[in-house]
Design a protein around this ligand. Structure first.
Ligand code: ATP
Length: 625
C-alpha cells in the first residue's frame, strides 16, 4: 500500500501530507489492514478538497470520480493502480469491518472516527459534533409577545412577506438562518430586526450588546456600508438608531486571533460579551471557524446567520450553510411554526410544510429579489443556472440584453484583451485625472473606480486561469499605453492579499492599488493604498509578501464582493472546480452587467449541470431531530 501511495504522490494524485498520515498510522499500528490505510489516505485527501469525511459507500460506487483522480491532463502511460481498481470486488460490509476492527478507529482519542459509512479525521468529527451540538441547544422556541404582529406589520406592512416572517422567526428562535439570493433583502431585514429588538430592549431599560461579523475584510467593509445605509433609512428615534452598531468586523477579529496559532482568545471559558450576533456571508464560513464561533458565543446569546445557500462553499473544508439550509426552498414548517407564522401574515402557509425538521423551524428563505426585477437578465440567468437549466441560460446570454453579454474567445486572446482594456480604462483614467486631489481622497476614488469592473475565472493555472489572465491583461494594458509596466511593482497595479497579515492588519481578500505618491520631502514613491474603515491604509510594496495581481480573480476569492460589471472567463477544458455553484457565484457578483467569456460554450452547460456536494454528517445530525 505504501508503494502505491508513493506512486500516487509522485503522480500528483495524492498530497504528501495524506501519505504522511498513512505512514504515521502504520507506525502507530503496524498490523493495520490495507483497506483501512487506503481509506485513511482517501479521507485525508478528501479533507484537502473541502470534504469533512470520506463517504465509503459513495467511494465504492465511483472511487475515481469521488476523488477526481487522475487530475486533469494526466494522460501519461503506465498509470499506477487507481483507487477503483484497488477496490474492485470490495464490499461495503467488508471494508467497514476492516476499519471497525482497528484500534485506530473509534477508540479513545483514536486518530480516526467512523460514523455509519463516514470516516473522519478525529478533529473534523469533533468540529462537526460541536457545531451540531451548539445548534441543537438553540432550537427551543422562545416566548413571543402578542405585540409582535402589529410591530412587524408596522415595519413590513400587512400580508405575506418573507422578510417579515424571517424577522418573526428571529423573535421566536435563539438561532435563525436567513438565506436568499442577491438583493433579496437579507441586510434590510436584519437591520429592521435589530432596530425593533433594540427599541424593545431600550424601552425595558436594557441595551442589547449586538455584534456584526463577516468572514473576510472585504465582505465586512461591504456590509458596513450597506448596514449604515439601511440604519439611516429606519424610521426610529435617533437614540435607538445610535444603539445599532454599523461597523462589521471580521470573524477572526471578533474571536481574537492568537498569531501563529489555530486558537482564539474567545472560547467557552472566555466568551464574547454579546447578546446577539449577526454573521453575514455565512456560506463562506468553514466548519472549523463555525465551531470556534459557536464555542465562543455565550449560551444566552442569539445567533443569526445570513447568506446565500446556493453560493460556493467555503474555501476551507465544510459546507455549513449549504448543509444547514438543505430543503430550505420547501419551508419544512411544523404545525406550531406554521401556526405562528400564519398568525403573523394572515395567510395560509400550507404549501411550506414539506420536509419538516427541527432545523427548518429556525430558517427563512427570502424569495423576491429587490435588486433584480423579474425582467432583469442577471436575475433570470442566476435563477436558470441555479435550477440547472443550461439551455435557458445560454438562450438568455444570446439575447443580447443590456445587462448580459456573451463573448466567444479564441486562442489569440484578442477579444479578452480588448474587453480588459475597455473595462479597466475607467480606474486608470481616474488615477490620472484625480492625481492632484488630496492623497487619501485620490486613492479612495481610484479604488472605487477599480471596483466597477472585475474579471473572474475558475482556475489558477493555464491561459484561462488567474495567473495566465493577469499576465495577459497587464501586457495588454501596457501595450496600450495604460500602464507603465506589467511586472514587479508599478503604478496602477491592483493587488489582492492572499494571507491574513496581522501586523499590517490586512486580511486575506483585501484589494489595494499601487500608486505613486509624493512624500513630504518631495520625492516620489510607490505605495499601495488599501481601503479601511474610515480611510486609506498606505503600505510600502516591500512590506507586502502575500499578494498577487488582481486584474483577474478566482470566483472563490470574489465571494463577498460585488462589481458593477463582472466578467466570468471560463476555461477551455472541463475541470473539477467548474460547477453550478461556481457559475452562480460568478454571475451574482454582477450588479449591473454580466459578461460570460468562453472559449467553448458547451462547457457552460457541462458546468451548470454539475452540482457538487461536500461530504459531511451535518445534515444527518439534524435529520432525526
Ligand atoms: N421589502 C423591500 N422593498 C423594497 N426594496 C427593498 C426591500 N428589501 C430590500 N430592498 C432593497 O433591495 C436592495 C437589496 O437589499 P439588501 O441589501 O438588504 O439585500 P441583500 O439580500 O442583503 O443583498 P446582498 O447580500 O446580495 O447584497 C436594497 O437597495 C434595499 O433597499
Amino acid at each position: 500500500m505504501l508503494e502505491l501511495l508513493d506512486a500516487w504522490v509522485e503522480r500528483g494524485w495524492l498530497r504528501r501530507i495524506d501519505r504522511a498520515l498513512v505512514r504515521w498510522l502504520k507506525e502507530l499500528e503496524p498490523s493495520t489492514p490495507e483497506p483501512l490505510l487506503l481509506a485513511a489516505a482517501l479521507c485525508s485527501h478528501q479533507y484537502g478538497r473541502g470534504h469533512i469525511c470520506l463517504d465509503l459507500s459513495a467511494t465504492l460506487l465511483d472511487a475515481d470520480a469521488t476523488l477526481s483522480l487522475p487530475p486533469e491532463g494526466d494522460l501519461g502511460e503506465e498509470m499506477p493502480t487507481k483507487p477503483s481498481q484497488w477496490l474492485e470486488g470490495t464490499q461495503l460490509e467488508g471494508w467497514l469491518a476492516a476499519i471497525k476492527g482497528s484500534p485506530l478507529v473509534n477508540t479513545e482519542a483514536s486518530p480516526l472516527v467512523l460514523v455509519e459509512n463516514r470516516l473522519y479525521l478525529r478533529r473534523n468529527h469533533g468540529f462537526e459534533q460541536a457545531v451540531a451540538g451548539h445548534i441543537t441547544d438553540r432550537l427551543a422556541p422562545m416566548e413571543v409577545s402578542p405585540e409582535l404582529k402589529p410591530q412587524l406589520d408596522a415595519l413590513f406592512g400587512p400580508g405575506l412577506n418573507w422578510q417579515k416572517l424571517a424577522c418573526g422567526l428571529a423573535f421566536r428562535m435563539p438561532f435563525t438562518i436567513i438565506t436568499g439570493g442577491p438583493g433579496t433583502g437579507k441586510t434590510t431585514t436584519v437591520v429592521r430586526l435589530l432596530g425593533l429588538k433594540q427599541q424593545l430592549a431600550l424601552a425595558s431599560g436594557q441595551k442589547l450588546r449586538i455584534g456584526l461579523a463577516a468572514p473576510t475584510g472585504k465582505a465586512a467593509a461591504r456590509l458596513t456600508e450597506s448596514i449604515r445605509g439601511a440604519v439611516e433609512k429606519l424610521a426610529l428615534p435617533d437614540a435607538v438608531k445610535a444603539a445599532i452598531p454599523v461597523e462589521v468586523t471580521t470573524l477572526h477579529k471578533l474571536l481574537g486571533v492568537i498569531p501563529q496559532s489555530r486558537h482564539f482568545r474567545h472560547h467557552h471559558q472566555n466568551p464574547l460579551h454579546l447578546d446577539l450576533l449577526v454573521v453575514d456571508e455565512a456560506s463562506m464560513v468553514d466548519l472549523e471557524m463555525m465551531s470556534a464561533l459557536l464555542d465562543a458565543l455565550p449560551a444566552s446569546a442569539q445567533l443569526i446567520l445570513l447568506g446565500d445557500k446556493d453560493q460556493l462553499a467555503s474555501v476551507e473544508a465544510g459546507s455549513v450553510l449549504g448543509d444547514l439550509c438543505q430543503g430550505a426552498d420547501l419551508g419544512g414548517y411544523d404545525a406550531d411554526t406554521q401556526h405562528f407564522l400564519e398568525g403573523l401574515c394572515g395567510e395560509s402557509l400550507a404549501a411550506f410544510t414539506q420536509g419538516q425538521s427541527a432545523l427548518a423551524q429556525c430558517r427563512a428563505m427570502l424569495r423576491v429579489s429587490h435588486r433584480f426585477g423579474s425582467d432583469s437578465g442577471i436575475g433570470q440567468l442566476a435563477r436558470a443556472v441555479n435550477l440547472g437549466q443550461s439551455e435557458a441560460a445560454l438562450k438568455l446570454l444570446r439575447e443580447n440584453r443590456d445587462d448580459l453579454k456573451l463573448l466567444p474567445i479564441k486562442d489569440d486572446g484578442v477579444a479578452l484583451s480588448r474587453l480588459a482594456i475597455e473595462g479597466y480604462r475607467g480606474y486608470l483614467q481616474v488615477l490620472n485625472a484625480e492625481r492632484s486631489s488630496e492623497r487619501d481622497a485620490w486613492a479612495a476614488k481610484v479604488l472605487a473606480a477599480f471596483g466597477r469592473f472585475q474579471m473572474l475565472c475558475a482556475l489558477r493555472k493555464g491561459p484561462f486561469g488567474v495567473e495566465g489572465l493577469n499576465q495577459q491583461i497587464a501586457e495588454a494594458l501596457k501595450a496600450n499605453g495604460q500602464l507603465e509596466n506589467d511586472h514587479g511593482w508599478y503604478e496602477g497595479r491592483p493587488v489582492l492579499v492572499t494571507r491574513n497579515n496581522y501586523t499590517l492588519e490586512l486580511m486575506n481578500g483585501d484589494v489595494g492599488i499601487c500608486l505613486r505618491v509624493v512624500e513630504a520631502d518631495g520625492s516620489q514613491r510607490l505605495r499601495v493604498a488599501f481601503p479601511v474603515v474610515g480611510g486609506i491604509k498606505w503600505v510600502l510594496p516591500s512590506r507586502l509578501s502575500d499578494v498577487e495581481t488582481v486584474f483577474a480573480m478566482t470566483v472563490h476569492k470574489s465571494q463577498g464582493s460585488e462589481f458593477d460589471h463582472t466578467v466570468l472567463v471560463l476555461p477551455d477544458t472541463l475541470s473539477p472546480v467548474l460547477t453550478r455553484e461556481l457559475v452562480y457565484t460568478g454571475i451574482t457578483r454582477a450588479k449591473s452587467c454580466f459578461t460570460l467569456a468562453a472559449p467553448k460554450l458547451g462547457l457552460l452547460a457541462a458546468a451548470v449541470e454539475r452540482k457538487v456536494e461536500r461530504a459531511s454528517g451535518l445534515r444527518e445530525a439534524f435529520a432525526g431531530l
